[in-house]
Design a protein around this ligand. Structure first.
Ligand SMILES: [Zn+2]
Length: 68
């Protein structure tokens, strides 16, 4: 359902979310395969970060070096 009064944006005026260059039909919404890959990479990174952030942090006392 389109909102009433919403402007229809032609594809040609779309811009690459990565670098703001005009998007290419072939790689939309990106301007190039490079930007599409970058976006995919950022998604993967985010996913990885979320997964690895579940690691519990070691307490500051745990890693304390003993006195000599
Ligand atoms: Zn781009």
């Amino acid at each position: 359902m389109a909102e009433p009064g919403a402007k229809v944006v032609p594809l040609k005026s779309r811009r690459c979310p990565m670098c703001r260059s005009p998007a290419a039909d072939r790689y939309r919404p990106f301007c190039s395969r490079r930007c599409a890959d970058l976006d995919l990479g950022s998604w993967l990174n985010e996913d990885y970060r979320i997964a690895s952030s579940e690691e519990p942090d070691a307490g500051p006392d745990e890693d304390e070096p003993g006195p000599e």
